[in-house]
Design a protein around this ligand. Structure first.
Ligand SMILES: C[S@@+](CC[C@H](N)C(=O)[O-])C[C@H]1O[C@@H](n2cnc3c(N)ncnc32)[C@H](O)[C@@H]1O
Length: 295
């Protein structure tokens, strides 16, 4: 991560990535066969007034560009995978969810399965402030679907476990950890530290749902993404770390987690989303989804 905290806002650098993925969710939400519904996405994108307009639905100018279609497909599949992880963890009785780098994630508002649970959202304060302001101004006043939502405005490179405990997190109870759209931005050491810290805070029965990229350079050279920075308004190639690292599929078992991994392409097939035969299909091979459980 190259951004300086003092520069961190929702319309530039890493903060802007939260808005871009939200625009992709707005595109998905407008599909009749949507894999995830996010009725807040369009409102959040509109409110941010990014310097280069972002789509807020399938009819927006530029929404048909291959880069947007690819991004929306990939993010829909990964968000659906994490939504399913939430539902499954709730069925298992897990009642604490920690959303690492929550960005403009509104699972606390949109997933009724979270009713009665504690949802901790960790991100930079400026990002959470923006989300809170927009949600508070809407019809629902930002109400959750019955979840107790806790803001943890901090930097994941600092002592976030203390901030999380201070917000009420109970490490004696199992938790579900979600890390969506985070790992590629972390330097290798920060990713290693993050999984060590998550493991130290995880009671038996805890679960992790996340996704990661393999072979970032090949992924970025794939046709829909090679042109992406001009179209999406964010240069993922500049923001993603290339430092070699242990894959979560190996690290988590080493740290004592029972781990299942699949490609985004395979998950797309399970969910009935055809990634086609061009760029999307190959992009789907470079992105992996992980579900891990601590016994
Ligand atoms: C691509 S967005 C993903 C947001 C959200 N998980 C989603 O999928 O909609 C990346 C998020 O990571 C956050 N982030 C990146 N590095 C961070 C750090 N060091 N501390 C806190 N948040 C960070 C950014 O502010 C941004 O909201």
């Amino acid at each position: 991560m190259t951004a300086d905290r003092s520069d961190w806002d929702i319309v530039s650098s890493v903060g802007l990535t939260a808005l871009v993925v939200t625009a992709a969710r707005a595109l998905e939400d407008g599909r009749p066969d949507a894999l995830v519904h996010d009725p807040w996405a369009a409102r959040l994108v509109e409110a941010a007034q990014p310097p280069d307009p972002l789509p807020t639905g399938p009819g927006s100018p530029g929404a048909d560009a291959p880069a947007w279609r690819t991004l929306a497909d990939l993010l829909a599949v990964r968000s659906r995978f994490l939504d399913e992880a939430v539902r499954s963890a709730r069925r298992d009785g897990v009642d604490q969810v920690v959303v690492l780098a929550a960005g403009l994630d509104v699972r606390a508002q949109r997933l009724e399965e979270l009713a009665g649970s504690d949802v901790y959202e960790i991100d930079q304060p400026a990002v959470l402030d923006f989300k809170d302001d927009v949600l508070a101004g809407g019809d629902t006043n930002g109400d959750t679907a019955g979840a107790r939502r806790h803001r943890v405005g901090t930097d994941l490179r600092e002592d976030w476990p203390t901030a999380l405990r201070d917000a009420g997190f109970d490490e004696r109870r199992p938790a579900l950890w979600l890390a969506e759209g985070l790992l590629p931005y972390l330097p290798a050491d920060a990713e290693a530290d993050l999984f060590e810290q998550v493991t130290a805070l995880s009671a038996p029965g805890s679960q992790v749902a996340t996704e990661y990229l393999v072979d970032v350079d090949t992924l970025l050279a794939t046709p829909p993404l090679a042109s992406a920075s001009g179209v999406l308004g964010v240069d993922f190639g500049e923001l993603w770390s290339r430092e070699p690292r242990e894959e979560p599929a190996e690290r988590l078992p080493r740290l004592g987690w029972e781990t299942e991994v699949e490609t985004v392409g395979d998950a797309a097939t399970r969910y009935g989303r055809d990634l086609g035969t061009d760029g999307d299909a190959s992009v789907g091979r470079h992105s992996r989804l992980v579900l891990a459980r601590r016994r």
